[in-house]
Design a protein around this ligand. Structure first.
Ligand code: HEM
Length: 192
């Protein structure tokens, strides 16, 4: 039980989709390839972002040991989301193969939203450790509220890049419902 609840074990589990993506690409480059790698890395970045945002509402709903455990691991989930987003960017840049091509596309709305989301996630990932939590004190919480505009940009990016945005809209609906629940529970329990 201790091993399953440990941080290294959590990171092993969080790394599995990445290992799967790399394995598929390595073993079946023609069948898997760039198209699947960019989509799967983007999906996992978005899913882990959603998982991070689900922790507080779950804690507000259930004051149990497992929700406390999730609260303590929330920063790990956020950093893992950033790691998949960084991997997603590497796949993209690798495919473009030139700085000129990357810069040429950077201004289009579907790609710009991705860059802006990543730019907002960067300071959050850097400060998601005890050192910055202690150093920034109350400002830490303020800074980390950037996760909300970053999440909005992420989902706009998903809608704009998708051939069929239905899946993106379903995710947006679920996240919006959970966020409304969080706001309602925070008001009812008078917490911020
Ligand atoms: C750094 C800038 C970024 C670039 C250049 C970029 C690029 C792309 C591209 C080219 C696609 C289209 C893939 C396709 O053709 O199917 C895509 C899709 C996607 N991206 Fe990004 N992205 C960036 C940042 C992000 C971030 C920060 C996230 C999430 C945290 C994200 C999540 C997604 C998702 C969920 C999809 C849709 C995947 C699917 O269709 O299943 N991206 N991105």
């Amino acid at each position: 039980m201790r091993l399953i609840a440990s941080r290294p074990f959590l990171w092993l589990v969080l790394a599995l989709p990445g290992i799967w993506i790399l394995g598929q690409w390595w073993l079946t480059p023609d069948a898997y390839g760039y198209g699947h790698a960019i989509a799967d890395s983007g999906d996992w970045a978005a899913w882990l972002l959603m998982a991070t945002l689900f922790v507080t509402p779950l804690r507000l709903l259930r004051k149990a040991d497992w929700t406390m455990w999730l609260m303590r691991r929330r920063r790990d989930l956020g950093v893992a989301s950033f790691a998949y987003a960084a991997g997603h960017l590497i796949v993209y840049v690798w495919n473009k193969a030139s700085l000129e091509a990357v810069l040429g596309e950077a201004g289009s709305p579907e790609i710009l939203t991705g860059w802006l989301a990543l730019a907002l996630f960067l300071p959050l990932a850097v400060t998601s450790n005890d050192k910055y939590l202690r150093a920034l004190k109350r400002s830490w919480k303020k800074l980390h509220r950037l996760v909300y505009p970053a999440a909005v940009l992420t989902f706009v990016h998903w809608v704009l890049t998708a051939f069929d945005p239905t899946t993106a809209y379903i995710h947006i609906g679920v996240l919006a419902a959970v966020e409304l629940l969080r706001v309602y529970l925070q008001r009812r329990q008078r917490v911020t």
